[in-house]
Design a protein around this ligand. Structure first.
Ligand code: PLP
Length: 416
């Protein structure tokens, strides 16, 4: 691993740290190391490596520790983790996982115990909701949902519940309702340490606006998690997850659980993702500019009853969170189409460029109907709280020419 040059800016760092061509026969880009096991330089080096990976010893500054076995660590994960770290402002290190859900699940199992409480914003990603609402209770963990954007309510619940973990997903999918990360972190950090569990750990799922437009660690969060399947990878062709933190102790604990669960990202996927990192901010910037132009125009279309997009927020508190928390509005919007479910389906059926698929964050534009797909497991009450109506469609805008996309959306809306 190359030396960390911390005076460089993220777009330079992502291309210069974490990879030493000398260790890959001089190749200018990283090689893929597919070995499951590594040959030790000596029995003493093997003993030392086991002491370190088993957490019985800490490496000395500058000490070279032999690699052991690829469930624990491998060169492509090390390269990727080194290179993704500077993209997340305030992060000290990263851990890569074989999905976003693997990152979230591992973080939860690292810190929660029977009797623990996790406070989480809703709507939240469906897999995360299933984990907290249906699975963690089997292990004695209580989940308390709080509607996204309800800052005062979140304060109250954090104070009353003294949770072990506060999990915030912001903006919320599909309405983009924003939760104030700084406020939640302030409330959590003011809890007295003598509540028996210490200060709650604030974890933010930054998939929708990170790493380019929203920086939760700078706002005071303890950890950020990602579905790298989305913007970080950007081409809708792989599944991956990342967890980042400024706190080495937090990362040490999560790493120990990843070693145990075996959900590290595999070398080929690490190599693919690693090659995508230098263009994350280019792709996100272009997609966000496209989305803003399209959302602001479509908001005036007679068959669009409501447009959810950060630059069009009507609520003063939402506008203020957006201004103070996000650099750009991002590439997702959702809109309520005239004529309810039939209108939404007519719209989806009539699209020629944008494709009807779930997921987001790719270079190609994807559109879906949340009520019958991504959010179909919700109860009527959850639909109401989350603002998921029959006529709502969600768009993840890509990097096509925005004028072609706008034309496509307009012709499809005219078919409603
Ligand atoms: C997709 C997604 C996840 C889950 O990630 P996978 O890579 O599919 O496991 C978690 N959170 C958010 C916000 C997502 O969009």
């Amino acid at each position: 691993m190359s030396e960390h040059k911390s005076n460089l800016r993220p777009p330079t760092e992502v291309l210069t740290r974490g990879f030493d061509p000398k260790l890959s026969v001089g190749s200018a880009r990283p090689a893929v190391f597919r070995s499951s096991t590594y040959v030790f330089s000596s029995p003493e080096a093997a003993e030392r490596a086991f002491d370190v990976v088993s957490d019985r010893a800490q490496p000395l500054p500058g000490e070279h520790i032999d690699l052991v076995y690829s469930r624990l660590n491998h060169p492509n994960a090390e390269i990727l983790e080194d290179q993704v770290t500077p993209l997340e402002h305030g992060a000290g290190s990263a851990l890569v996982f074989n999905s976003g859900m693997a990152a979230i699940m591992t973080a939860m199992f690292t810190f929660l115990r029977p009797g623990s409480t996790v406070v989480y914003t809703v709507p939240i990603y469906g897999g995360t909701q299933h984990l907290i609402r249906d699975f963690l209770p089997l292990w004695g963990v209580t989940g308390i949902p709080v509607p996204a954007g309800a800052g005062a309510r979140l304060d109250e619940v954090i104070r009353a519940a003294s949770p072990t973990v506060v999990l915030i997903e912001t903006p919320a999918n599909p309405t983009l309702t924003m939760t104030d990360i700084r406020r939640a972190c302030r409330t959590a950090s003011a809890l007295p340490a003598e509540n028996g569990r210490g200060r709650p750990l604030v974890i933010v799922d930054n998939t929708l606006l990170g790493p380019s437009f929203q920086h939760p660690l700078v706002c005071g969060a303890d950890m950020v998690v990602y579905s790298a399947t989305k913007y970080l990878s950007g081409f809708s062709d792989m599944i991956a997850g990342v967890a980042l933190s400024a706190d080495p102790e937090v990362m040490r604990q999560v790493r120990a659980k990843r070693n145990l669960f075996g959900n590290i990202l595999q070398p080929d996927e690490c190599w693919m993702l690693d090659g995508r990192l230098p263009t994350v901010s280019l792709r996100m910037n272009r997609a966000s500019k496209n989305a803003q132009r399209i959302a602001e125009q479509l908001a005036r279309h007679p068959n669009v009853l409501k447009m959810n997009y950060p630059t069009l927020f009507a609520d003063e508190e939402q506008r203020s969170i957006f201004r103070s928390q996000c650099d750009y509005p991002g590439a997702m919007f959702s809109m309520e189409v005239r004529d309810s479910k039939r209108g939404a389906f007519d719209f989806l059926r009539s699209l020629r460029i944008a494709r009807n698929a779930v997921s987001l964050g790719g270079v190609e534009t994807l559109v879906c109907h949340p009520k019958t797909t991504t959010h179909s497991g919700f109860t009527e009450e959850e639909f109401r709280v989350a603002g998921v109506t029959d006529g709502l469609v969600r768009a993840s805008i890509g990097i096509e020419d925005w004028r072609d996309l706008l034309g496509d959306f307009e012709q499809a809306l005219n078919c409603v």
